[in-house]
Design a protein around this ligand. Structure first.
Ligand SMILES: [Zn+2]
Ligand SMILES: [Zn+2]
Length: 327
């Protein structure tokens, strides 16, 4: 039996039992092809060819995947060649397949390598901080803007993208209302990537989960960048204080910042006065974007607001008359 025949026999005999999640597609002297799978999305096919002079030269390797990025496969191919070079003169295929399977096990980021490189290169800036923990699949992100910051951990689960990226708030110096909104919206966006819509239209194609990491990171970064500079649409002065230490937490303070349905940030005092002053027809609109202003604190219909205002005006006129009388 030649060296290559012996290696092929060993592959057929041991590969699938020794390396979990593998399947032999072809196994003959011209080509060995193995399917390596951890989850539906962490899957690749490795093809091997015996070059002239094998096993004293490294085996030829080609990697292909429907789910992992081309760039990752190319990079991984080079690493595999280096692995093969370490054991020249010996059987190399089993070793390389086992190496690839371990790589899939230990690198949760394989399924989101493109998303992660976008976040690192195009999303975060030199004022932010980003760290990645490869074994646990955690991205530590600290987004800084004008004295304000948000520090989150984004975890890429094993079953990504079937399961959504997990978001954990570590620290943040925005007002509590803003933190809740940023996180709530990001979580909802991620959920929509992984859960089919409740009302399915008959002609819709079957639901496929889509990656949620980039969407979540972009939303959080966009939110943190936006609000420190945003002005109240009514008084045109900055909504949040310049120094986060001066953030007002009392909801009835005139300078407390409310975030309404359209996303614009208003001072409580400015908004309260605006919503209680006519005209009321057609509902109150945001001066910056024209959308109706909805807020839980002011659940009033235009009619009710009108009636309240008329009542207050009547009281004021009465008082004015009394004042006139006293003068
Ligand atoms: Zn204002
Ligand atoms: Zn608006």
């Amino acid at each position: 039996m030649s060296f290559i025949e012996a290696e092929l026999a060993e592959i057929k005999d041991k590969l699938t039992t020794q390396v979990e999640g593998t399947r032999i597609i072809q196994c003959h002297p011209a080509l060995v092809a193995v399917d390596i799978m951890k989850t539906k999305y962490k899957q690749m096919i490795a093809r091997f060819q015996f070059p002239e002079g094998y096993p004293d030269v490294p085996i030829l390797i080609e990697l292909q995947s429907k789910t992992l990025s081309l760039k990752l496969c190319d990079g991984l191919c080079k690493v595999c060649e280096a692995e093969a070079k370490k054991i020249l003169g010996k059987k190399q295929i089993l070793h390389v397949v086992s190496f690839l399977r371990t790589f899939l096990d230990e690198n949760p980021f394989t399924v989101c390598s493109d998303e992660l490189s976008f976040i690192k290169k195009d999303l975060v800036t030199s004022t932010d901080e980003i760290k990645t923990k490869h074994k646990s699949g955690v991205i530590i992100l600290k987004i800084n803007e004008g004295g304000y910051f948000m520090h989150v951990h984004l975890t890429v689960p094993n079953e990504y993208p079937t399961n959504q990226v997990e978001i954990e708030n570590k620290a943040c110096n925005f007002p509590a209302l803003f933190v809740m909104t940023f996180l709530g919206q990001a979580t909802e966006m991620a959920r929509q990537c992984t859960e089919p819509p409740l009302r399915k239209k008959p002609k819709d194609p079957p639901f496929e989960p889509t990656p949620s990491l980039r969407i979540v990171a972009e939303h959080l970064v966009k939110s943190v960048r936006r609000y420190p500079h945003e002005c109240c649409p009514l008084c045109k002065e900055r909504a949040l204080p310049e120094d986060p230490k001066d953030v007002i937490t009392s909801g009835s303070n005139m300078k407390y910042v409310e975030r309404v349905y359209c996303g614009h940030a208003f001072h409580y005092g400015c908004l309260n006065k605006y919503l209680k002053t006519p005209p009321f027809e057609g509902g109150k609109k945001c001066p910056d974007c024209g959308k109706r202003v909805y807020h839980d604190k002011w659940k009033v219909t235009p009619e009710l607001a009108e009636a309240r205002w008329a009542h207050k005006e009547a009281k004021r006129r009465e008082l004015d008359e009394v004042m006139d009388f006293l003068e």
